[in-house]
Write a protein that binds this ligand. Structure first.
Ligand SMILES: [Zn+2]
Length: 323
């Protein structure tokens, strides 16, 4: 068989008892339900099995599924890892190196926690507007109305207002500007220093090593968690190489390393660089079931956890199966 369902997870936690119940995450009890559902209908495979199948040496079992966890949240170490370990299921964990090794918080997480901590989204939009007005005295920043025109569009999961905030702060403004705005909003809303928050949010390198020793897969997710399709070649090489050095340092095999594009940001240049460094395969955020015979191994699609039932008794989800 050549079909592979890859499922993507981000926050997996005991949401109701967490400090930020508004964070858009998967409650651990529903994660358990989903794994039980998958245990009934699918066969869990490892990244090693996927690599062997891509290389033609061993076909995948029917209804193969691979579990992937982005961004090295402590959730994955605290909740997911012990659970998967008990069931002898391999998870693949994609680590943004800087956040883990330098105790910083990714801009994307600053944005998530700002949104979870401040429920009045109109207030956030007004704050962003006034911060930009202030920065405009020294920087060329496009008119706020133009940003609204371009980015205030509802998505699969978010309202137009939330998408405006996310787009503007994730890529709609120059890096330096958007980082400063994300920083200010984070400090205003969370009121906690970045290093302490980072330690609370991400796993440590020691924890990464522990998971690797127990058979989990650890993969490349860049150093700074930048958009790989919005940077020049040297900068993408730097992102990938620094991340790869980290992986080798924690003990990942050079012969079987994989990547997951931050924000799903792939392009031909990024693929060339991965190929050149003999990356085995890379995961996107395109929505679908992978076909290892047909798909480019550097463009494997995934399903979001929300595309898969979270109820152990659910019938097989046919929606994406006939890909
Ligand atoms: Zn990520």
């Amino acid at each position: 068989m050549s079909k592979l369902t890859v499922i993507m997870y981000h926050y997996v936690r005991d949401l109701k008892r967490s400090r930020f119940p508004e964070i858009k995450g998967l409650d651990f009890r529903l994660f358990v339900e989903q794994i039980e559902y998958l245990r009934r209908h699918y066969r869990f495979v490892t990244s090693e099995q996927v690599a062997r199948s891509l290389d033609g040496s061993e076909p995948l079992p029917d209804k193969a599924v691979l579990l992937t966890f982005d961004d090295a949240y402590i959730d994955h170490y605290t909740y997911v890892f012990p659970f998967l370990n008990r069931l002898s299921i391999q998870g693949s964990f994609y680590v943004p190196v800087k956040a883990v090794s330098e105790n910083t918080v990714l801009d994307v997480n600053k944005i998530h926690f700002t949104l979870a901590g401040q429920l009045d989204k109109a207030y956030l939009v007004r704050t962003i507007k006034s911060l930009l007005d202030r920065l405009r005295t020294d920087h060329a920043i496009e008119p706020f109305e133009d940003l609204v025109q371009k980015f205030a569009k509802a998505s699969r999961y978010d309202t137009a207002e939330v998408m405006l905030i996310k787009n503007v702060l994730q890529h709609g403004l120059p890096l330096e500007i958007r980082s400063r705005v994300a920083d200010e909003l984070f400090v205003q809303t969370i009121g906690m220093d970045e290093a302490s928050f980072s330690r609370e949010l991400y796993m440590s390198t020691e924890q990464v090593k522990t998971m690797l020793r127990h058979g989990m897969h650890i993969g490349c997710h860049g150093y700074n968690h930048f958009w790989w399709n919005k940077m020049d070649r040297a900068a993408v090489e730097n992102e990938i190489d620094r991340s790869l050095w980290y992986l080798l340092e924690v003990g990942v095999s050079q012969d079987l390393w994989t990547a997951c594009y931050p924000y799903g940001s792939y392009d031909d240049q990024a693929i060339e660089i991965l190929k050149d460094r003999r990356c085995k395969f890379a995961l996107t955020t395109e929505v679908g079931v992978a076909n290892l015979q047909r798909d480019n191994r550097y463009k494997l699609p995934r399903l979001d956890t929300n595309d898969v039932p979270k109820d152990r008794a659910a019938k097989l989800n046919a929606r994406y199966f006939e890909h």
